[in-house]
Design a protein around this ligand. Structure first.
Ligand code: BTN
Length: 249
């Protein structure tokens, strides 16, 4: 896979978007040692100091845009697989917090930002999968007011990792998961892994969605990848929203 690396860039996702205006017909990996304006989901900032794996995979789409609604879940499984492989033991310590945060011991170690760039019939549509993995830096460099406690692979696992090894593993698993997703969507393999590694199943949580906050017991995910919440008014399947960080008994 072709790779373009920067020592510093504003955001690998933004750079991927700029590069995708060229005629990108093959997957392209954009990486940076550090980002000055890393972007997270919901317009949040993403701290990206040296010692993290900051990458964006530019993926020329082979399916129409609507087919990619659940692609971020496939990406989450890919990152989960990569980190479990690198950790080499205790895979159960790694979980996915719906839709696509990867946790180790309930602390966020990786985040994913999926974006689409439509070519308008002039160039191919591309999917941009941005992944940030906190690898070796001191977690004290992260803001103290994060919505979810965060850590690094080094801190959680007690050993340091080569950032390039993390990038290689994530890119390889992302490419495989995207191939699989494009041929069969969230097929049995991806769904089973997602269900087996889903955080908070069976616990009461507060869910924030555009319609407001609601409490319910996490009941898993359906075949479309929607989060299932058992609420006083019945089971609800959410395709948007996120866990609020306030926990209930
Ligand atoms: C999130 O959890 O909010 C998603 C974080 C995604 C961060 C990665 S780092 C590489 C890529 N470039 C960005 O600006 N964001 C993504």
């Amino acid at each position: 896979m072709r790779r373009i690396h920067y020592e510093t860039i504003d955001s690998t996702n933004s750079e991927a978007r700029r590069l995708a205006t060229d005629d990108v017909r093959e997957p392209l990996l954009v990486t940076a040692a550090e980002q000055s304006a890393g972007r997270g989901r919901h317009g949040r900032q993403w701290q990206s100091p040296l010692g993290g794996a900051w990458l964006s995979l530019v993926w020329p789409a082979r399916q129409p845009p609507v087919a990619y609604a659940a692609v971020s879940l496939a990406a989450a499984v890919a990152v989960l697989r990569a980190l479990r492989e690198l950790a080499a033991r205790s895979p159960e310590r790694f979980q996915v917090k719906w839709p696509n945060d990867v946790l180790v011991d309930d602390c966020k170690v990786a985040g994913i930002l999926c974006e689409q760039r439509l070519g308008g019939g002039v160039s191919p549509d591309v999917i941009i999968i941005g992944v940030g993995v906190n690898v070796n830096f001191d977690p004290a460099m992260l803001p103290s007011d994060l919505r979810h406690p965060a850590t690094t692979l080094n801190t959680a696992l007690g050993k340091s990792f080569r950032v390039d090894d993390v990038i290689d593993a994530v890119a390889e698993h992302l490419a495989a998961a995207l191939e699989s997703f494009e041929s069969e969507g969230l097929g049995e393999g991806l769904l089973t892994e997602l269900r087996d590694s889903l955080a908070y199943v069976g616990t009461m949580r507060t869910w924030s969605s555009p319609g407001g906050a609601i409490q319910g017991r996490v009941a898993g995910i359906d075949d479309a990848g929607r989060l299932l919440l058992a609420t006083p008014s019945g089971r609800i399947a959410y395709e948007t929203g996120e866990f609020a960080e306030t926990r209930s008994p």
